[in-house]
Design a protein around this ligand. Sequence first.
Ligand code: SF4
Length: 702
Amino acid sequence: MRNKEYHTTCSYCGVGCGITIREGKNGDLQLEGTKDHPVNQGMLCSKGMNLLYTVNDTSDRLKYPEMRWSKHHPMERVDWDTALNRAAMVFKSLITKYGPDSVGFYVSGQCLTEEYYLVNKLTKGFIGTNNIDTNSRLCMSSAVVGYVKTLGEDSVPISYEDIELADLFFIAGANPAWCHPILFRRIEKHKEKNPDTNIIVVDPRVTQTCSLADLHLQINPGTDTVLYQAIGRCLIERGDIDLDFIKKHTDGFDAYRQEVMSRSLTEAAAICDVPLKDIELAATMIGNAKGFLTMWAMGLNQSSEGVNKNLALLGLNLITGHVGKPGSGPFSLTGQPNAMGGREVGGMASLLAAHRLQQSEAHRKEVADYWGVDHLPDKPGLTATQMFESLADGRLKAIWIICTNPSVSLPDARLVDEALKKAKFVIVQDISRNADTVKYADLVLPAAGWLEKQGTMTNSERRISLLSKVIDPPGEALPDAEILIRFARKMGFKGFDYKNFEEIYLEHAGLTKGTNIDITGLDYKRLEQEGTFQWPVPSKDHRGTPRLFSDHQFFTKNKRAQIHTCGPQNEAEPLNDDYPLILTTGRIRDQWHTMTRTGKVSKLKKHIDKPFLEIHPSDAAQAQIKDGDPVIIENTRGQVSALAKVTEDIKSGVVFLPMHWGKILNRDFGRANNLTSSNFDPVSKQPGFKYAAVKVQKYIKP
Ligand code: SF4
């Protein structure tokens, strides 16, 4: 890079802040939030501001391919040809012996759209298996099902500009003050200017987001559906629903009404452990709102009841007609920077490109014809946790892990470690040796990171941006797309002769033609010259679509939104005398995922530098635990050690651990996922990280 300004997008959360990179006087890089960017208007949070530290410090980077010839051999540096010949040889031999379902790919919501597209084409089109899943399964899959069931497709209807148009925010199971800070800053500014704006927060913890709340509903973990249905009942009883909208544009209201009326408000308040008057106040605020935004994240999605929680919350938007209107709508807060782009290419075991249905023969044929292959597999693929269970029991023989660290991030981490040890062949393609999963690899492929490759991402509001390549990757590291293309050629597959990454993008865009997410109006030149666009962008003169469903024509077959009932609720793990506390997990402000990048930045460690356990004073007193004491949190799956943070910010009976830490002093005692369960929602297959039965004891040195 010489004397040039580059535009890119932050590679952490799904907010998708614009970043400008310039060369300083000494040739060093400088970073700032892009001033006129529609997402962040020049603002960046602590993580985004410190991104250059993670680029400049290459001490932990994987720079060369490494391989071991057998499980008993040490890793040794090899060249790319040797590495990818080995990968191809192992995959070919396993596929010949055991069939295509014996291999799988586990990728990441941090992959660029082009990389996601390629790995899907490679797996579903050419290897012939649907065993391609992503860590977005841990993040958004319940929201995806919620949108499909209610609105007809995985389609976030709002735009961030709706924040400045709303007068009521209903923030449930999310802590945007820490996890989506720039969106929170926009809400904060909006409330400063418009003090009548109301904010309701639903969370078992008092989080930083509550600092802005007019009403905090501190519910018992797992009782979200009961709460939203109770609010629905209040709205119906008071006539604060939009009957005209319901009649003209929805189905399912009668069954919904019957279900929500079947539980009294008193019973609901007792189940949720919130005052009845607060449920009524929430309904009053919704009834009075002109612009009603529901915002949610992992507190709803990461649950064995995740889909029901989404359906119940979406129900509140639908019965009040707050969809497709300025300042109104359901707004799922995406965790990862490109979870949305991954969904657009069908980047999950259960999806197909451009929101096509995997179970539809006609849709599979469309994609197969486009890729020039005979057919696509119809058998559903293994989802994230299923993939590792299948490695552990030997059904899956080899796994290729791209840009994610499942040894720390997947639930029931001991099972994941076991699975990786048992696998016949593990390929890890990543940027950092810090990822705990690298130690299980038989083959390590060094990948280019942020600023080192070009491609696109889509943020939480369907906004597509082009990320510029600014510098070369260290050593022999290659862009992920380049690695996949070289592998596909080694496998002898046709259709991977791309001259540049834009050709991959255009091929993906071609598959969206005529669909609801049509982006055939976009190419790299437009993205470079005109900035970011919200899909659909169906023609070269189209400026994108900030808000979906303004005409109330939904993506369902009959164009009507569907209001759903939820049936009986049942969180997966009952408490008992041995394990009487509910463990919930989550993020802290200055760390990202498993800390492979943010953990390198000393400034970010200053905020919180050790794992801690939030515990209520009454639970702490019962176990004779004082603030700052080392404690052991334990259940049948494992143990975690942390320092006690005794606080009334958490409900009695509930404890909280941050999810970021893996090994500490070479022991896995900081890893919250030693305790979480791989139980998942039966429909979305998203595991629950927010509800595990545990006990807590003071640590006594032996
Ligand atoms: Fe990056 Fe998210 Fe922070 Fe924006 S809010 S700077 S996208 S981490």
